[in-house]
Write a protein that binds this ligand. Structure first.
Ligand SMILES: Cc1cc2nc3c(=O)[nH]c(=O)nc-3n(C[C@H](O)[C@H](O)[C@H](O)COP(=O)(O)OP(=O)(O)OC[C@H]3O[C@@H](n4cnc5c(N)ncnc54)[C@H](O)[C@@H]3O)c2cc1C
Length: 372
């Protein structure tokens, strides 16, 4: 077993300067400072520009997290990793991340749908503030270098892998860490014979979606793709657009109006014109059964669209790490962020996985050094 040595400088490698890697480095430095310990060096390796991957988040506004303050309810938004996250969230949850961001000058606000954004509405501002916080620590070095395998990290005392889910399979496998194949999990969907005009936003009972040139996109489409990630294409889905009884009530109050006019009170007219073949017919002449049919949208999903690709399912198997995301296979190795087999729906859930797992890893790495 390794002995704690007063004079030794501990070398920590972080592979990936994405949201998880930078948050982990900042928390490592904070924890060491709290413990009055400065015999450490953190090298953050990135093959590209640090925090480049945060720039497109939230459409450039960076949906930092979500305002669900109950851990179980929050975790129910992850098709993969739900139970594993209970423990991570009990150590570091959304309000802890908000406090952390406040401290480095990123004020946040809650949007009406519960999503949390920086007040600046700028992912670039989040990137800049996180990187300036990093520059304050002389023990942290950003290195522009791609790491291909375990051998390149031999001289490090502690290793944190947080290189995300794009082209990282070989790197993970070089550590012999069990993993699940990466698959696109939050995508827009291609739909068979889709003839709605593109760009219509629909607030359906099941969630919000938007029509594209070949199908649907937006939070509901992403959720459908995530939940059905292992289903072979094509598969059928049914979206509840509105409550059929609401339409019936509208008809009872407006017996002379056409179905088209009334249904356009519940869904956009340009969408209804395609969805309702009997658009100009008197509403009172439409059967109850047909009204029920009109309240739903049946789609045959042909595949993932090339538009929009947000997160991947797959990565390091959760049963191959302990509750601090430390490898059970390889000594002195931790994982955080999307490289773990954890993925959530749209709404700030994927970044919260980065913040919580990175914090827990930072805490455990520090503990592994100074509590010897
Ligand atoms: C368009 C888009 C919008 C999104 N919007 C949101 C949102 O608003 N809210 C939300 O919660 N989530 C959002 N996400 C998801 C979120 O961005 C990711 O979950 C998050 O970036 C994962 O962070 P990470 O640090 O784990 O990995 P990454 O962000 O992928 O960062 C990994 C880093 O590692 C580097 N790297 C990779 N391999 C190597 C290697 N071998 N050697 C050295 N460096 C390497 C990469 O260059 C990269 O900088 C969005 C994703 C996309 C694509």
């Amino acid at each position: 077993m390794e002995q704690f040595c007063q004079d030794k400088t501990y070398n920590i490698a972080i592979v990936g300067a994405g949201p998880a890697g930078v948050y982990c480095a900042l928390n490592l430095a904070l924890k060491f400072k709290e413990a009055n310990f400065d015999k450490y060096k953190i090298s953050i390796f990135d093959k590209s520009q640090a925090l480049r991957t945060i720039l497109p988040t939230g459409g450039g506004r960076c949906n930092i997290t979500n305002a669900i303050f109950d851990i179980k309810e929050f975790a129910s938004n992850y098709p993969r990793g739900e139970k594993f996250l209970y423990s991570l969230f009990s150590s570091h949850f959304n309000y802890d991340s908000i406090e952390f961001f406040n401290k480095i000058g990123i004020k946040t606000y809650i949007q009406s749908d519960g999503r949390i954004f920086p007040k600046s509405n700028s992912a670039k501002d989040v990137k800049d503030k996180m990187l300036s916080a990093l520059k304050k620590y002389k023990n942290i070095k950003l290195i522009n270098k791609e790491i291909f395998n375990k051998n390149e990290l031999e001289n490090f005392d502690r290793i944190v892998l947080c290189a995300g889910s794009r082209n990282t399979t070989k790197l993970i496998q070089s550590f012999k860490q069990p993993m699940e194949e990466f698959k696109r999990a939050l995508c827009a969907l291609k739909v068979e014979n889709f003839n709605f005009p593109k760009g219509i936003s629909i607030k359906a009972l099941d969630g919000d979606f938007v029509t594209t040139s070949d199908g649907i996109s937006g939070p509901l489409a992403f959720k459908i793709s995530s939940l059905n990630v292992d289903l072979p294409f094509p598969y059928k889905i049914e979206i509840n657009l509105f409550n059929a009884e609401e339409l019936e009530k509208l008809i009872q109050l407006n017996t002379k109006k056409t179905i088209g006019i009334l249904i356009s009170k519940l869904i956009p007219k340009s969408f209804a014109q395609v969805h309702v073949s009997e658009f100009n017919k008197k509403a009172s002449e439409i059967s109850k059964e047909r009204l029920k049919q009109l309240s739903k949208l049946e789609l045959n999903i042909l595949g993932n669209s090339s538009l929009g690709e947000i997160v991947h399912k797959g990565g390091v198997c959760l049963d191959s790490v302990d509750k601090n995301c430390k490898s059970k296979i390889c000594d002195n190795l931790w994982f955080c962020g999307e490289i773990l087999n954890i993925d959530g729906f749209c709404g700030g859930f994927n970044l919260q996985n980065c913040w919580s797992s990175a914090y827990v890893v930072a805490n455990d790495v520090v503990r592994s050094i100074i509590n010897k």
